[in-house]
Write a protein that binds this ligand. Structure first.
Ligand SMILES: *[C@@H]1O[C@H](CO)[C@@H](O)[C@H](O)[C@H]1NC(C)=O
Ligand SMILES: *[C@@H]1O[C@H](CO)[C@@H](O)[C@H](O)[C@H]1NC(C)=O
Ligand SMILES: *[C@@H]1O[C@H](CO)[C@@H](O)[C@H](O)[C@H]1NC(C)=O
Length: 431
């Protein structure tokens, strides 16, 4: 008996070593990371969807990065403190209710910890707050916040093959609303909207036609792996759908820090511990803006070629009582929002790591009661995140792959052009 126990103990130890051995380089705690986590807290508290959190993380990342840039060489200012004020300034404007309880106390703590004079405190505050106001001003002119008159072209009963209609299982009521069609006209941070039509041209005609062999092959997978009844989905895959939505059960993505927050935390675990706060800020500015600019490009395609959801096709032609595992989001299927946002951020992270992907890291999900997952390669996690949307019953594979490619193109551009901020300075996208 005793022997069996010690063998088990040895195995447990080996398991433990396997998890901790290739120790990730984990970024050092800094004001940048503290305010990144506070942004996640705001996203949770305001129950923002991935699309909205993408934008907020872009705001916060840019605010912090601009603070470090503008504080450089200015002895009258403390750069860390200016960055904290800039992040606070952006976050406090998302909802004034948050300021006292969630945001002001951490800011006071930063002021005290900095030990600076009143004059330096005030100069740092002035710089940070000005950045926050500039971002809020640019955001106020974002065409993506104007009303959109887009409605699906056909009532459900007249649904044409391949064309988007409202879905019976879509999250939220009333049934006849769409999420953010106006984002298709959004104002990007770095990736010029004028480049979006050329970038997305190959995808405007891409999705497989209903009835084609390619469609049938992909649809068979969703039919068998994406439903509430799914003969070919394993329990691990069922959890995968939930894990990478990162969402509180039944909320459709709300109430969590989102897949965006998951990518932020993976980055914190993997980036070199030697990064200065300014280097960290540059990275999170790239990551956040890549999330958002990718979603604008994806949204453009979604509303240029509004495609039906699996639930519409499958109920009409294959099984009238089929329902997806998770609720279908209320916007056209192609390309996947989740995978566009993910591809944008992921490509920034992989570039920052010099293209190396064989890291061991552990990821948490906000979905309750799902164990943390450990991966030994970034590519494995990315493939799983893509498949998660099939297991959820929300997408066919092509929408995931193409969205990831669009996100990646946007992320790559941002990676090389982070200092060309054009937020609030562009003519709206031509339709
Ligand atoms: C984007 O803006 C253009 C021009 O105002 C408009 O025609 C188009 O319908 C808008 N797209 C969406 C999805 O609202
Ligand atoms: C990221 O890590 C922080 C610190 O451990 C944690 O508070 C937060 O919940 C994590 N976010 C996500 C999305 O898991
Ligand atoms: C159709 O879907 C229902 C509900 O998900 C399921 O119970 C049934 O087995 C499916 N029928 C076939 C032929 O797969």
């Amino acid at each position: 008996m005793a022997r069996a126990v010690s063998v088990l103990a040895a195995l447990a130890l080996i398991g433990l070593l396997a998890f901790t051995a290739p120790a990730a380089a984990e970024l050092k705690d800094s004001i940048v990371i503290k305010w990144t986590y506070l942004a996640q807290r705001v996203v949770r508290q305001l129950r923002l969807t991935n699309q909205l959190s993408a934008k907020l993380y872009g705001h916060v990342g840019v605010a912090q990065y601009l603070a470090y840039k503008q504080a450089k060489g200015n002895a009258a200012v403390n750069a860390d403190l200016a960055s904290a004020f800039a992040a606070h300034s952006v976050l406090a404007r998302t909802n004034p209710n948050l300021a006292p309880s969630v945001l002001d106390t951490p800011l006071y703590e930063d002021v005290v910890a900095s030990g600076v004079s009143v004059a330096v405190r005030d100069a740092s505050a002035a710089l940070g707050i000005k950045i926050g106001i500039d971002i809020a001003t640019a955001s106020a002119t974002d065409a993506g916040l104007q009303v959109s008159y887009y409605r699906p072209g056909y009532p459900d009963s007249l649904a044409k093959d391949d064309v988007y209609v409202f879905t019976p299982e879509q999250i939220g009521a009333p049934r006849d609303f769409l999420l953010y069609p106006n984002y298709a006209n959004g104002s990007t941070f770095i990736y010029p909207v004028s480049k979006i039509p050329a970038l997305t041209a190959p995808y405007l005609k891409a999705p497989f036609k209903f009835g084609s062999a390619d469609f049938e092959a992909e649809n068979k997978v969703v039919l068998e792996q994406g439903g509430t009844y799914a003969p070919n989905r394993t329990p691990y895959d069922t959890d995968t759908a939930r894990f990478w939505l990162g969402a509180v059960s039944g909320s459709g993505g709300q109430g969590s820090a989102g897949v965006t927050g998951m990518v932020q935390n993976i980055s914190i675990a993997l980036l070199p511990g030697t990064y200065t706060p300014e280097q960290q800020a540059a990275f999170f500015a790239k990551l956040g803006t890549a999330f958002y600019d990718a979603i604008v490009a994806v949204w453009y395609v979604k509303f240029k070629v509004p495609r039906w959801r699996p639930i519409t096709a499958i109920q009409k032609y294959y099984n009238a009582s089929w329902t997806p595992l998770l609720g279908t989001p209320q916007h056209p299927e192609y390309p996947s929002a989740h995978q566009g946002i993910f591809g944008g951020g992921w490509s920034v992270l992989v570039r920052e790591l010099g293209g190396k992907t064989d890291y061991t890291f552990t990821v948490k999900s906000d979905w309750p009661n799902i164990a943390d997952r450990t991966y030994t390669n970034l590519n494995d996690a990315a493939a799983e995140a893509g498949n998660s949307r099939i297991f959820a019953g929300a997408h066919w594979a092509q929408a995931n792959n193409d969205a990831f490619a669009i996100g990646k193109a946007v992320g790559e551009y941002i990676y090389d052009n982070i200092d060309k901020l054009i937020y609030g300075k562009q003519a709206p996208l031509k339709w």
